[in-house]
Design a protein around this ligand. Sequence first.
Ligand code: GDP
Ligand code: IMO
Ligand code: MG
Length: 423
Amino acid sequence: MAVDLLLGLQWGDEGKGKIVDVLTKNYDIIARFQGGPNAGHTLEFDGIKHVLHTIPSGIFHENAINLVGNGVVIDPVIFKKELDNLEKFNIDIPKKLFISRKAHLILPTHRLLDAASEASKGKAKIGSTLKGIGPTYMDKTGRNGIRVGDTEMPNWKEKYRNLADKHEAMIAFYNVDIQYNLKELENEFFKAIDVLKKLTFIDSEEFLEQAQRNGKTILAEGAQGSLLDIDFGTYPYVTSSNTTAAGACTGLGIAPNKIKEVYGIFKAYTTRVGSGPFPTELFDEDGATMGRVGNEFGATTGRPRRCGWLDLVALKYAVQVNGVTQLMMMKGDVLSGFKTLKVCTAYKYKGETITHLPYNIEEQNVTPIYTDMAGWKEDLTKMTSDSELPKALNDYIAFLEKELEVPIKIVSVGPDRKQTIHR
Ligand code: GDP
Ligand code: IMO
Ligand code: MG
């Protein structure tokens, strides 16, 4: 059986959580493959809004097993809070939520290191969510990390102590003002580890192999977005994992030839939270309107998201790097009322017009070239079928499909599960 893959094509927060929730009815297993609690995936149904950070977005469905893959980094403290939030929904967590033994743990000192590193960078800071993501992946690739499976070993606390002591020396080395009480943080951490250990740890690559043999359907859920990918994103203003399609192979142990559909999600405009270049960013009333109507505040940090027009140069790049087979356009409803919409179709770069993403996309190197499109006035949020969509929106969609050479199969017109139009 094939595995399908869903990932964000911009700088994150495209609406992955919502669409995974919508699609879960078609799958037996939903598997997160990278990132950690830097993610905030929002789901809305029955008038309730849920935000998940580490737990996959299929958790509210009876039919699906949710798997946290080896490529994910887990903060037990945040994980415990997520579980606490789910308590009232009567979900059989040990039966429905499995964790890869090979997933790495975020230690309290990883979070402190993140804060120290950012503080030491001053204006050049990444704008990290400060969840310890970078330092944890550094320990993973540096071969010093502690994995979920280690907590089943008798000597793991010794390993923990050695690593935490080393981290403390590193924090001191940064020589910045970071206040902390490690004893308190560790108490909280070890309590949360005890909760984590009540869950089902598995060798997830083996589990997924068996699942495929038994004809089960699998949806891999990405976190962040393609432009935050450690290799292909706007480095160094990126996260520390491969957010693109290849990350699903390494983050779950799935062979590339098993992947069938690659669902690419994008907003009808663009947002970014944190630092880094953003060619189509708006600093005017239009940007403020997108932020206000789109309620563009980070689901994890609450920070306002920077807003701008759709950047087709960047989007094409993401479609190409991921091999996207189906597109999903989110938040079209937020653009209702704009008289004219701009879509960036090329960049002015060193005096030339280019249509590919160059090495440097900072403001001083790149000026967006826009194509104007007519806007629509209609409120989309109550629309339920393709036939109701206004002509100007259909023209916008047709233009994007032509440029990107991939069909847009879902148009999302609001945050609720039901506000989803299949085409
Ligand atoms: P994710 O990280 O990709 O899962 O996205 P987030 O949950 O961080 O951010 C997406 C935000 O947009 C959430 O608040 C969603 O509830 C909301 N949302 C998703 N789709 C739509 C849509 O089509 N229209 C509107 N107005 N909001 C949406
Ligand atoms: P979801 O899955 C949007 C951004 C941060 C920062 C950079 C590095 O909800 O789409 P990190 O904490 O990884 O060190 O931060 O990446 N970032 C996200 N932006 N959505 C996310 O996740 C993000 N996860 C990280 O703002 O710029
Ligand atoms: Mg998010």
